[in-house]
Design a protein around this ligand. Structure first.
Ligand code: FES
Length: 122
């Protein structure tokens, strides 16, 4: 999660793609968005006033991780869970701590939260 530098020149800033309102996320949600002309599936994980955004694709076979649409967290809501294999990923950096892709990472997407909205950068 990166912060949008206040006072930055919007002419020089990368384009922002709106994903969702932070208040609409109860733990996690899945969103398909078009970025630079390409449609991709993303997961958005909320932690208080921050959002962590990753491509919804497991690093080892590329399948989506949600067991029900938009449900990405384990029961304890401490980690991102692969519904197929039970792999666990840290929310903060997408690092896989257990499962068939242990040591790999989810593909992070650059994002910001501004005025209660989650945006992809670029
Ligand atoms: S698809 Fe990779 S851990 Fe499940």
């Amino acid at each position: 999660m990166v912060k949008n530098p206040k006072g930055s020149d919007p002419e020089k800033s990368a384009p922002l793609t709106p994903l969702c309102a932070l208040d609409d996320i109860e733990g996690s949600t899945g969103i398909v968005a078009e970025v630079a002309g390409v449609r991709r599936a993303f997961m958005v994980i909320r932690r208080d006033d921050a959002a962590f955004v990753y491509v919804n694709s497991c690093p080892h076979i590329g399948s989506p991780l949600d067991f029900r649409p938009g449900q990405f967290l384990n029961l304890e809501r401490t980690h991102i869970l692969c519904s197929t294999h039970g792999a666990l990923f840290r929310i903060e950096d997408g690092y896989c701590i257990s499962g068939p892709c242990a040591g790999d990472r989810l593909e992070a997407a650059e994002a910001i939260v501004e005025d209660g909205m989650v945006y992809l950068i670029g």
